[in-house]
Design a protein around this ligand. Structure first.
Ligand code: CO
Length: 172
């Protein structure tokens, strides 16, 4: 089921999510809905709090991006174990419709999480999948991509977003 995507400045996007203790029916349904919602919005990653559920769950599917390896992931309680290098990329966010900003992140990350069956997984992500992962992990920690910008860059991005929101409201 496609759910509504919460947009900034909704409070749920600013708070860290809770770890998942048990992967029950509700969590499984959440994961299905997150994929439905992400595909419907043509995104490549989604964090649970973006659909209003404050749990530490993310989904990723990079296959729509042609020059990236197709990778479909469900990560529960994800953590970064190691990170390496730096990469800059112009990111978008389903919770900031229309806005894109260049963010610097680690080029390579080693990640620990549980999969949808509750089994521990460890994987190394590099470049685009690493960027998507770090963007979604930030969401789960209550951090949005504009928070990764400093000073005037952050102000300009937020002003631009406000303007986009106003234009959208005017267009109905
Ligand atoms: Co986002």
């Amino acid at each position: 089921m496609v759910r509504n995507i919460v947009t900034y400045p909704h409070e749920i996007l600013k708070k860290p999510t809770e770890k998942v203790d048990v992967i029950d029916k509700e969590v499984k349904e959440l994961i299905r809905d997150m994929f439905d919602t992400m595909y419907d919005a043509e995104g490549v990653g989604l964090a649970a709090n973006q659909i209003g559920v404050p749990l530490r769950v993310m989904v990723i599917d990079t296959s729509p991006k042609e020059d990236a390896p197709p990778l479909k992931l469900v990560l529960i309680n994800p953590e970064i174990v190691e990170s390496e290098g730096k990469v800059k990329y112009k990111e978008g966010c389903l919770s900031f419709p229309g806005l894109s900003v260049e963010v610097e992140r680690a080029k390579k990350v080693k990640v620990k999480a549980l999969n949808e069956h509750g089994e521990p997984v460890e994987l190394t992500l590099e470049d685009f999948p690493a960027i998507v992962f770090q963007h979604e992990l930030d969401h789960l920690l209550g951090i949005t991509f504009v928070d990764r910008l400093k000073g005037w860059r952050r102000r300009i991005a937020l002003e631009k977003y406000k303007k986009l929101q106003k234009e959208k409201a005017r267009a109905g």
